[in-house]
Ligand binder design. Sequence first.
Ligand SMILES: Nc1nc2c(ncn2[C@@H]2O[C@H](COP(=O)(O)OP(=O)(O)OP(=O)(O)O)[C@@H](O)[C@H]2O)c(=O)[nH]1
Ligand SMILES: [Zn+2]
Length: 362
Amino acid sequence: MSLLPDINELIARARADLRMGVPLVLETGTEAALAISAETLTPERLGDLRQIGDPVIAITARRAETLKARPYDGDVARVLIPRDTDLGWIRSVADPADDLITPMKGPLNSQRGGSAALARLGIALAKSARLLPAVVLVPITEGARYAADFGLTRLNHALAEPHLGERSVMNEVVHARLPMAASEAGRLHIYRPEDGGEEHYAIEIGRPDRSKPVLARLHSACFTGDVMGSLKCDCGPQLHAALEHMGREGAGVLLYLNQEGRGIGLANKMRAYSLQDQGFDTVEANHRLGFEDDERDFRLGADILRELGFSSVRLLTNNPKKIAMMEKTGVTVAERVPLKVGETAYNRHYLATKAKKSGHLL
Ligand SMILES: Nc1nc2c(ncn2[C@@H]2O[C@H](COP(=O)(O)OP(=O)(O)OP(=O)(O)O)[C@@H](O)[C@H]2O)c(=O)[nH]1
Ligand SMILES: [Zn+2]
């Protein structure tokens, strides 16, 4: 019956539920749990979860490292929530904002044994919902009954897990002429993924020859830099310099990928900025929040380029990972074109950290 939502549609629903603080029913073949994002959990729902069983908060090993909690599950830790704690305690495990003021939340005890599959699934969903990677879970016995009685989204681990690591098929929705300051011969294409995720944009300049390497830029969204003219990064100047370069040559393609904050979303990026104000660098801040340094998937850039008919690029970048990922996904990088613009007194340390820790070329 095609009217039933498929697994991608259920995942999209689950993302929206987590953002709204609605519980999910997560299941493997043998166990089930209710899962709520630690960020959007309310005191009422925490109270109700406690009526059902003893909840744990699942965090990433990155966050666990900062909190000195044992990640018995490798990349994930399931931290026991003591009975006498309130929502503030749960939030402070999830959110590093007050780490320096109240460094001791523990000792934190992590759950050992049993499967961490549902914890891992919950965290992956929270990341894809651009929330803090922390989820409160309570075991239940009858997943189907909870889902039916309360109208909750029910996700099976074995079905959902492969889709969370995969990038979705992307379809062009529309394209139209867009005269710009950098070039009057602009054209904007909108791509919409089938998994209900973010749309991405391709700005084509001129009519690039598909049989030759095209001057290309994979630009990740940066609201603060691109729109507000933030001095903390080099994104705005890079965006404009790339477009101007393409305008001068009369041909090029710029992909504007909605992977704000290296894939963690704007709210989490601002949390990272607040940590940077406390003295942590851009990489340390991501780790304290529980993220990897870079959560982006550049393969989708290669997918869009191929959709547009390009198989070879002259890539404007200083990031070797973008080059490696393009090549791995079957788009040849015929040349790397450096893009060094926009250094300020505010971003000098940020750029130096990217060079030192993330392998960016100077
Ligand atoms: N998490 C986090 N993201 C940041 C920070 N500063 C900038 N960003 C994001 O980093 C991304 C910048 O990406 P790109 O312009 O593709 O830069 P890049 O990976 O350094 O590669 P090239 O510019 O091609 O050399 C954007 O998504 C920004 O929003 C930060 O301090 N923390
Ligand atoms: Zn930026």
